[in-house]
Design a protein around this ligand. Structure first.
Ligand code: NAD
Ligand code: TYD
Length: 358
């Protein structure tokens, strides 16, 4: 075993931010195994393509032969498992891929890792970590006054996405309890920041607003999410990987509960200020209430108190700063956006919103 870490799904939103941060902050090499679905974009990592400590392998986590080869060849001391189908609306329109990647893929990966780990020396077995990246959505929904989710909140997933993530969390837990695999799980709230695919709320609204297109707010816009700037999430993952206790789960949250409508209004206000020449000014006039998402969870809020008390992690970025930075990033990276909204994206927009938006 050497010092390398293996990332799955590193060409997606959080994974690519994680790899960029890792290469800036840590000394060990990274192998990124990614299938490059619609959500995976090698452009996110173009700045490190030729980095001496970065290796990319295109592949599917369901491909056991490939995973075993990668483990044998690179001998990683840890795996950080990001790869997943991640968009709730897509899971409602077509759950099958979520079951395949999130449940069967995690299971296949765990099986390969169990075999690899079982053949390590006792000292290496002790040092090895499997870090599973999950979501707060496994806990279901909160009323406006309920306390935030903690690590002991009962699982109650409500969408095919969250149910598939819950299943994968249970598998990871079982591999620790049954086989002793040194696993860690993080359950994080909604992330935002650079490189997020514009199917998710924040980049979708920025993109539509810049095009002068409607800003589709589901239902009454009063649903609440707890927003975390992606760099803070990546910091938390590095802390948990370095110091987390095997078998434990850690909740990660931004302490920034916001109603969807307020998030959208904030984006509009920033755009009014920084792109006064945009066709949509004032951008708030583009807000359009649309049919609600089926089974739409009302509120997520997460207590990251365990992570603070045990590992000293707290989110550093205020929502007001992070959202401004994110809007500016999308403005400065027009070519990245143009690239990702070509092709398959248009098909998704038509299917979900019933008409062209670009
Ligand atoms: P994403 O959809 O942007 O990226 C997913 C990546 O996984 C893509 O690069 C894709 O190509 C890859 N992938 C998908 N199926 C694969 C397969 N079968 N084999 C190999 N690679 C595959 O997702 P994200 O937003 O970066 O989320 C990453 C992880 O974090 C997911 O597990 C998600 O559940 C979790 N999470 C996300 C959020 C959030 O707000 N985005 C919050 C909490 C947890
Ligand atoms: P999303 O970014 O899809 O994350 P999640 O469903 O995992 O929380 O959505 C965030 C919130 O924004 C959620 O309450 C649904 C809402 N939303 C809209 O109102 N309109 C949209 O077009 C999208 C994509 C989301």
């Amino acid at each position: 075993m050497n010092d390398t870490i293996l990332i799955t799904g590193g060409a997606g939103f959080i994974g690519s931010n994680f790899i960029l941060q890792w290469l800036r902050s840590e000394a060990a090499s990274v192998v990124n195994l990614d299938k490059l679905t619609y959500a995976g974009n090698p452009r996110n990592l173009s700045s490190v393509e030729r980095h001496p400590r970065y290796v990319f392998v295109r592949g599917d986590i369901c491909d056991a032969a490939l995973i075993s080869d990668v483990l044998d060849q690179h001998r990683p001391r840890a795996i950080v498992h990001f790869a997943a189908e991640s968009h709730v609306d897509r899971s409602i329109k077509g759950p099958a891929e979520f079951i395949r990647t999130n449940i069967e893929g995690t299971f296949g990966l765990l099986e390969c890792v169990r075999a690899y780990w079982g053949n390590l020396s006792p000292a290496d077995r002790e040092r090895f970590r499997f870090l599973h990246i999950s979501t707060d959505e496994v806990y279901g929904t909160l009323t406006p006054t309920e306390p935030p989710f903690s690590e002991t909140t009962a699982y109650a997933p409500n969408s095919p996405y969250s149910a598939s993530k819950a299943a994968s969390d249970h598998l990871v837990r079982a591999y620790h309890h049954t086989y002793g695999l040194p696993t860690l799980t993080t359950n994080c709230s909604n992330n935002y920041g650079p490189f997020q695919f514009p199917e998710k709320l924040i980049p979708l609204m920025i993109h539509n607003a810049l095009q002068g297109n409607p800003l589709p707010v589901y239902g009454d816009g009063q649903n609440v999410r707890d927003w975390l700037y992606v760099e803070d999430h990546c910091d938390a993952i590095r802390e948990v990987l370095a110091k987390g206790r095997p078998g434990e789960t850690y909740n990660v949250g931004g302490n920034s509960e916001r109603k969807n409508i307020d998030v959208v209004r904030t984006i509009c206000e920033i755009l009014d200020e920084v792109v006064a020449s945009s066709p949509g000014v004032p951008h708030g006039q583009l807000i359009t209430y649309v049919k609600d998402r089926p089974g739409h969870d009302r509120r997520y809020a997460i207590s990251a108190e365990k992570l603070r008390a045990e590992l000293g992690w707290v989110p550093k970025t205020r929502f007001e700063d992070g959202i401004r930075r994110t809007v500016l990033w999308y403005l400065e990276n027009e070519a990245w956006v143009r690239d990702v909204v070509s092709g398959e994206y248009q098909h998704w927009v038509d299917l979900q919103y019933g008409g062209a938006r670009d």
